[in-house]
Write a protein that binds this ligand. Structure first.
Ligand SMILES: [Zn+2]
Length: 195
């Protein structure tokens, strides 16, 4: 009886003990799980960073393939830019047409317009913010550029104060500084530069 009782007690204590131990065990397991989840997240971020880094390197290598060209012809644009302009105009109906060469690029350093390596695709009248279908047309042109950048040697595209560069595709669609105004911030047109 006594031994049974002790046994029971022992069991009880054991049970309790086990209960306490399993509580601590659960906490430990929880901590371990949290730690390994944290580790996994760190690893994943590291892998993504590495992947992003590799993507960046691959993009740089692709960019180097495109040797800069000089403008030719009466429109004063490069053959590469002309091919992009013609492809965009063939693919989309542009309400405001396009403009490429300008003596004054209008930004610090001049940009690519004076070099004949940039075009603006107008979504409507200059200075009027594109809305509705016209704004959506801008989005479609940007999508087209991102899909075809490697085929045409497109360097970057700007629209609605955002920029995407084929040199840094891993960075995605990045917000830009405020250049002031609808046109300066590209709310009325899509800008494309080529290498
Ligand atoms: Zn432009």
């Amino acid at each position: 009886m006594a031994s049974k009782g002790t046994g029971t007690k022992g069991k009880g204590t054991g049970g309790k003990g086990a209960g306490g131990a399993s509580g601590a065990g659960r906490r430990r397991a929880g901590l371990l799980a949290a730690a390994s989840l944290f580790g996994a997240v760190v690893l994943l971020l590291g892998a993504l960073g590495l992947l992003g880094g590799l993507q960046g390197v691959a993009a740089q290598v692709r960019a180097e393939r495109w040797r800069p060209e000089q403008p030719t012809g009466p429109d004063h644009v490069t053959a590469r830019m002309r091919a992009v302009r013609d492809a965009v105009e063939k693919e989309f109906r542009l309400p405001g047409g396009s403009g490429c060469y300008r003596e004054d690029g209008g930004i610090a350093g001049g940009g690519e317009h004076p070099l004949g390596r940039a075009c603006d695709f107008m979504l409507g009248p200059a200075g009027v913010r594109a809305t509705g279908d016209r704004a959506e047309l801008g989005d479609r042109i940007v999508r087209w550029v991102r899909e075809h950048a490697d085929d045409y040697g497109i360097w970057y595209v700007i629209y609605r104060q955002h920029i995407w560069s084929s040199r840094h595709p891993e960075r995605g669609w990045l917000p830009m500084e405020d250049r002031g105004g609808v046109t300066g911030n590209h709310y009325d047109h899509v800008h494309i530069s080529v290498y």
